[in-house]
Design a protein around this ligand. Structure first.
Ligand code: PGA
Length: 242
């Protein structure tokens, strides 16, 4: 596990953007796993500015998002499909059929999760999964207790996650209670993992994930099982590391 601590959140995000861009530039068919949330926004801003400067192309990129809320379609402002469109894919040259988010409106969310897992397999797996970490240590929407060999599935969100994400909704009551997520096992089968965490609020989760025992109660501790993991932190998120 490689741990990089940067002075500011901007520098940490810049580092992650460079890892992704190096991969996009050097692989003929790059396949990425991408997150949503507040943490990745400065990464997406950097990716866009690189694209706009003509230094990168997304024409051959394929991407699979980590997760989506059950019940929200791409026309819902807080759906992750909308987030990815607004913050990245509306602005780059990636064909629409090459970036995928689980369908939150699927009639059968479990079947959609299975189809999503199959689509990842058919794409030859994911080269780099970029992810954040929840205050409770979740990755994707794999909440504490999730098995480390789980595949794409439909999950129930923890009250803490609903509370954390309510800042994007008019109230916690409007946050969906279920999601479709890549499983921890799905994430671990990817060739490289990059986790970005910034801010003091993530320090405890980061420390348990990296320095604590591997435990189902800390989903991100599963990353210790993978051979190629880069953890990129600002100094606040790194403040509890020994
Ligand atoms: P955040 O979410 O970037 O909005 O803090 C991270 C996560 O829940 O994985």
């Amino acid at each position: 596990m490689q741990i990089q601590v940067h002075d500011t959140a901007f520098e940490a995000a810049d580092r992650v953007a460079k890892i992704l861009l190096d991969h996009i530039r050097s692989h003929p068919r790059p396949t990425l796993g991408l997150p949503t949330g507040g943490t990745p926004l400065p990464v997406y801003a950097q990716l866009l500015s690189d694209f706009r400067a003509g230094r990168s192309s997304w024409r051959h990129v394929r991407s699979f998002n980590l997760d989506e809320y059950v019940g929200l379609g791409s026309d819902h402002p807080e759906s992750y499909a909308r987030y990815m469109h607004t913050n990245l894919f509306a602005h780059v040259d990636c064909p629409a059929n090459q970036w995928r988010v689980p369908d939150g409106l699927a009639h059968d969310p479990e079947a959609e999760a299975d189809a999503y897992e199959s689509a990842i397999d058919e794409a030859g797996g994911i080269d780099i999964v970029f992810m954040g970490i929840g205050h409770n240590g979740h990755i994707g929407f794999n909440e504490p207790g999730a098995p480390h060999d789980s595949r794409c599935c439909c999950v129930v969100l923890e009250p803490e996650t609903i509370q954390a994400n309510s800042r994007f909704f008019s109230s916690a009551k409007n946050v969906p209670t279920k999601a479709i997520t890549m499983g921890i096992g799905t994430i671990l089968t990817s060739r490289k993992l990059v986790l970005l965490a910034t801010g003091e609020g993530k320090a405890a989760a980061v420390s348990s994930a990296i320095e604590g025992p591997i435990s189902q109660m800390v989903p991100a501790s599963a990353l210790q099982r993978h051979a190629d993991v880069t953890i990129v932190l600002d100094r606040h998120a790194a403040s509890l590391l020994g």
